[in-house]
Each structure stands twice: as C-alpha cells, then as structure tokens.
Ligand binder design. Structure first.
Ligand code: FE
Ligand code: ZN
Length: 506
C-alpha cells in the first residue's frame, strides 16, 4: 500500500524565506564587486546584507493576489464614474487645474520611480532588498497607469490633459518634478533610496495623497479618490522600505552617518520645493477646500516629521538643514506660486484665476499673518487691471533656479518683502538659485547640476528660436484652449452648459 504523505502547508514566514534566501547564492566564478558595480562608489559601507529584511515579508503570490484585487475594484469604480458622467459631478471646473498639474507633473514621476526601482532591484546585493525593490517597481508603474487611466476620462471633455507627456518633458513648471526624478535616478542606489524612499514617500506622498485625496472626495471626483486610495495602500510598504534602508545604512557602519545626513538635507529640500505645486493645488485650486496647506503641513509635515526625526536621533541623525527655512515659507508659498501661475498663465496647460472675494476671505482666515498683509493687495491690483481690460501677464523670462528649476518667486525666509536670489560661479559661468538650500545642493555636486536642462534657455534654441507660438506648438499647448484665465475659458463654458443641461429640462 502506498504511503500517503500529507503535503505540508508552508507558513508565510517560511515561504518568504524560501522566496528570498533561496534566490541568493554565493557566486563562484564571478567577483561580487563586478556583479554589483554601483554599491561602493557612494562611500556607504555595508558589512552584512542579510541584516536588511523587508519587514512586510510579502511573497510574490500574495503580492499578486492583493494587487489584482485592488485593480479589479479600481477599474470597476472608474468604469462606473465614466458611465455615470462623473466629469459633471465635480464641484466646478476650476478643480480640473489641480488634476492637470497632477497628470502633467506627478504621474510621470511615478513612472520614473518605477524605472528607478527596477534598476535598484538589480543593483543591490541583498535578496530581501531585491524582492522589495522589484515589488515597488511594479507598484509605481501601476500608479502611473491607474492615474493616466482615471484621468483619461476627463480628457474626453476638457482641455489641458491631452499632451501631458510633452508637458512633463518641456513645460517650465513640470521640469521641477522632472528634474527631481532625473536627479534621483541618476544618483547611486543608496542615494536613490533616500530620494524616493524618504523624500518622495515620506515628505511628498503623505502631503499629496492624504490631504489632496480628501480634497478630491470633497470636490466629487471619485476617479481620483480611487486611484489615490489604491496607491496609498502601497505607501506603507514604500515608506517602510525607505526607512529600513536609512536605518540599515546607519546600523552597518558609523562612517555612513555623515553621508546619510547629507542626503537627508539635500532631498528634504528638493522634496520641499516640489511640494510648492501641491500647496497651490490645496489653497487655490480646490473649489471646496478640506484644509489649508498650513494645516496640512502642521499635521503631515511637523507632526510626522518630528516623530520621524525623534526616531532617527538615536542614530545621530538631526532634522534636515532646511527645516527652519521650510517652516518660514509655509504661510507664503501657495500665494507666491499662484501669483506666478497667474502672471505666466499664457504658458501653462491649465487655467488659473483671481481668487473670488469668498476665496480671499478664506485665505485671510487661514493665513492671518500673511495673506492680507502681503498677498491680498497684489490680487486686488491684478483684479483692477483685469477690470480695466489689461489683464496682467508677464512676458519677461523668469530667472530659474539651477537646482530646483523653479522661477525665482520666493522671498527671503526672514523678510517677506525681499525676493530671495542667490548667485554662484563655477568654472567661469554664473548660476542662479532660489534659496540657500538649492545653492548648497549645487555646490556639493556642481558637475551634475551644470548639465541640467533648463526650460528657459530652450526658448532661444531650435526648434523655437524665441517665437512664443513655436514654443506652444513644441510643448503641445493649444493657445486659447489649454491656457489662460479660467474665466471665459472653454472648460468653464462647457462645464456650465453641460451642468445646466443635466439639471434642467432644456
Ligand atoms: Fe507611487
Ligand atoms: Zn531652487
């Protein structure tokens, strides 16, 4: 009689061990340094790769199962959104500007993060790390896809969505996040983990996905809420991977501390500059607002950041160098950005507008120390110009920061009446910066940043040669449709007309 052997079901932990440790072996005919050529040149010293464990211990089969379930729900909801004329259920078409920034500037960043993690999965020697990086690579590609799919429905009805890939590469406000990701992907593997795992996931994503997604819900946009939650449920894993990497480096060798601190300083400031776009989305672009940028910063920036740096203090890490300057900028940045977007609105694939009296009352309440004093007078002046038929437009070329690529629109941390400008020289050329933070980043790696592609000098090169219409063609901007003041735009008129049709018998 045959003996029946009961097939032993493996515990999850055992499965994970087999998935990871069994995939790793000691090479015999190749030298490890040649297999992993990028792990040493950044100066990080690692003695035992096995100490880096993915705390989630997720196996591939459960990963596919969870993600497939999320995808099924996501596509069911965006399908319902499209069937149910979801494009008419948003509060008001001004809201779309926030989505256009999202699609042009943020979703391509998800894709870049995906490429970066695919590379890191190959370059790191530890098996736990390799598996976690591969999963995150797939997650990030999925985020880019779900966002593009969710927003494609709006593209059928509204302007400004159609050329997001060109915008990402060429538009002046999109090269800010683009240069952030280019900088990260062209760094070494450990720096990449701080750039994305710490700066993008901790500093940016929390402030972007949590409060902004509640903003989407408040404004009736179920498509965005759905991709937001679908992405946010991966974030716990991503943040942990980033944090584990930081702790791993610090635990492996005391000599790693100054290198890690330098990256935390650099990437905090780079992340903070990209966040400027988000501050404007929250304070100005949501017709129905959930919380101000300042309130979001207090929770997701100060509270979470303080807890994080308290946790890291035992390794000798201190808060990032730009932390105090960031705090001083919070009550100013959304206003400075929106004034920037408005004065260059002929060159944006989204609409901006003068805040209404109601909006200004809200802003004054949320920013009692800054709005009435510094920003209301400017908006009132701009309003007068518009009423007189001379809408304010700035056709002068903005001076760009060589590091973050933003126009120089910020003020001095300790004097909101003075424009902040920094200048430096390298190999006989002059470079400009928006802040001390950006200047320090440049000075640490000048050879990297002098190669940066900046959108303004491009205006005088082929195929544009200084011609504004040629530039619009080149960036995929349809003049009079995608750009300019929201008032009187096609988006505004269409939305109002369709909404009226949906709610009346005409
Ligand atoms: Fe993502
Ligand atoms: Zn800068």
């Amino acid at each position: 009689m045959d003996m029946k052997v009961a097939k032993k079901k493996l515990a999850l932990k055992e499965k994970y061990r087999l998935l990871t440790r069994d995939l790793g072996w000691e090479p015999t005919y190749q030298n490890k340094d040649e297999i992993y050529p990028y792990t040493k040149y950044e100066g990080i010293r690692i003695h035992d790769w096995d100490k880096w464990e993915d705390p989630f211990r997720l196996t591939m089969d459960s990963y596919w199962k969870y993600q497939a379930e999320k995808e099924r729900k996501f596509y069911a909801i965006i399908d319902a959104h499209a069937q149910n004329n979801g494009h008419l259920h948003i509060t008001d078409a001004r809201y779309l500007s926030a989505l256009k920034i999202f699609l042009q500037a943020i979703s391509p960043g998800e894709y870049a993060a995906g490429k970066g993690f695919a590379r890191m999965g190959r370059e790191f020697p530890g098996v736990g790390t390799q598996v976690a990086c591969q999963m995150q690579a797939i997650d990030e590609i999925r985020h880019a896809q779900t966002q593009i799919h969710a927003l494609s429905n709006y593209n059928k009805f509204y302007n400004g969505f159609h050329a997001f890939a060109d915008a990402r590469d060429r538009m002046w406000y999109c090269t800010v996040p683009r240069s952030f990701f280019d900088d990260a992907v062209s760094a070494g593997p450990f720096e990449f983990m701080i750039a994305i795992g710490f700066s993008f996931e901790y500093v940016l994503t929390n402030l972007l996905f949590v409060p902004f997604m509640s903003g989407a819900a408040y404004n009736g946009d179920m498509a965005t809420v759905t991709f937001g939650f679908s992405a946010q449920s991966d974030e716990a894993r991503h943040m942990t991977l980033g944090l584990e990497c930081i702790k791993f480096m610090l635990e492996q060798d005391p000599a790693n501390l100054p290198i890690v601190q330098g990256w935390i300083d650099k990437w905090f400031w780079r992340g903070f500059r990209v966040l400027g776009l988000v501050s404007t989305m929250m304070d100005y672009m949501l017709p129905k607002r959930v919380m101000s940028w300042r309130e979001a910063w207090n929770i997701y920036g100060i509270e979470n950041g303080t807890a994080l740096f308290r946790d890291l203090a035992r390794y000798g890490i201190r808060a990032p160098a730009g932390w105090d300057d960031a705090e001083k900028a919070i009550d100013h940045m959304s206003h400075q950005f929106m004034l920037g977007l408005y004065q260059w609105s002929f060159g944006t694939a989204l609409h901006s507008w003068i805040p209404s009296d109601d909006d200004m009352a809200w802003l004054a309440k949320k920013y009692p120390d800054t709005f009435d004093k510094y920003y209301r007078p400017r908006w009132e002046h701009i309003k007068k110009l518009k009423a007189a038929g001379t809408q304010f437009a700035n056709y002068g070329l903005a001076k760009l920061c060589q590091t973050c690529q933003l126009p120089i629109v910020f003020t001095e941390p300790d004097d909101p009446t003075r424009s902040a400008q920094r200048e430096g020289e390298y190999k006989g050329e002059k470079y400009h910066f928006c802040s001390d933070g950006c200047q320090h980043i440049f000075e640490n790696e000048p050879e990297k940043y002098i190669q940066a592609w900046l959108p303004m000098p491009q205006l005088f090169q082929d195929p544009i040669g200084g011609d504004l219409a040629a530039w619009m063609d080149w960036v995929g901007l349809r003049n009079g449709k995608d750009n300019g003041d929201f008032d009187g735009s096609e988006d505004q008129k269409n939305f109002d007309a369709w909404r009226a049709m949906a709610t009346s018998n005409q």
